[in-house]
Design a protein around this ligand. Sequence first.
Ligand SMILES: NC(=O)C1=CN([C@@H]2O[C@H](COP(=O)(O)OP(=O)(O)OC[C@H]3O[C@@H](n4cnc5c(N)ncnc54)[C@H](OP(=O)(O)O)[C@@H]3O)[C@@H](O)[C@H]2O)C=CC1
Ligand SMILES: O=CC(=O)O
Length: 291
Amino acid sequence: MATEGLGFLGLGIMGVAMAKNLLKLGVPVCVWNRSPEKCDALVAMGATAAKSPAEVILKSKITFGMLADPAVALTVAFGPGGVVESIMPGKAYVDMSTVDAETSMTISKAITEKGGRFLEAPVSGSKKPAEDGQLVILAAGDESLFNDAGAAFDVMGKKSFFLGEVGNGARMKLVVNMIMGSMMTAFAEGLSLAEKAGLSQNDLLDVLDLGAIANGMFKLKGPSCIKGSFAPAFPLKHQQKDMRLALALGDEVAQTMPVAAAANEVYKKARTLGFGDNDFSAVYKAIADSS
Ligand SMILES: NC(=O)C1=CN([C@@H]2O[C@H](COP(=O)(O)OP(=O)(O)OC[C@H]3O[C@@H](n4cnc5c(N)ncnc54)[C@H](OP(=O)(O)O)[C@@H]3O)[C@@H](O)[C@H]2O)C=CC1
Ligand SMILES: O=CC(=O)O
């Protein structure tokens, strides 16, 4: 049984791109996904597919996870055939999903109690940066594992931060995504306001792009919002999950967050309107169609 290879759990929008980049390292890569057909593209490129997360752990020295949310991260860690079942000394798990600090700490504790090593490593950057190996990796936990996973991080990302103890990676990611989610709702309100006030939305984009608040997100999402194109790069349901988790972090540390709380309401409304599986920029639809 190969023990020096890498494993990957969760081949959604992000995971499939990240696992493809791992293949560039030329080591065996073993993958698992709840819906097994998503393994096919990886297998065609040289990966092997496993029947459970536990099997991936057994076949790999370091296994990476990229899963939907805290509940899923916990199920994949603790469920039957899960990560914890086959973790042992010499094995390591790097959870790159966006979750809250408590989830990460719970998984870390179970893994380290069985002699394994754990790192949380959520990422900033969406589908295209994942495909291009340009993610920003926000790692925390076992520093020896951070170093051992360095080559893998280098093919998946453009910069890796080591942020100290488990929980700090999750917290940093939630702060970043709270800012991003709030910005997206303000941007969507502006786009909608411009249209209703009889202005050209394209002119608005040009004006924004020349000023101090120009940024990559407005440049990328502006034209697609105007066209009404919301194919998911970052699913709206995940952005709403991140707002919810960031607000819970705010509660924990008694930080007032009125802007994020209002933005979260808009994402919740967008979910109830059926936009959860669209890109998070579909929050524009919830705003534009609301009056
Ligand atoms: N998309 C993005 O731009 C970014 C996303 N993230 C974060 O990365 C994570 C993954 O995001 P993304 O790839 O976009 O999401 P997707 O929704 O595309 O993928 C989710 C993954 O979780 C799996 N999953 C869902 N439910 C279960 C379950 N009950 N049991 C086992 N597996 C399950 C899915 O399996 P299946 O295929 O069977 O449904 C899939 O592999 C999220 O935490 C997200 O917040 C972070 C940065 C950017
Ligand atoms: O989590 C989403 C991202 O774009 O980063």
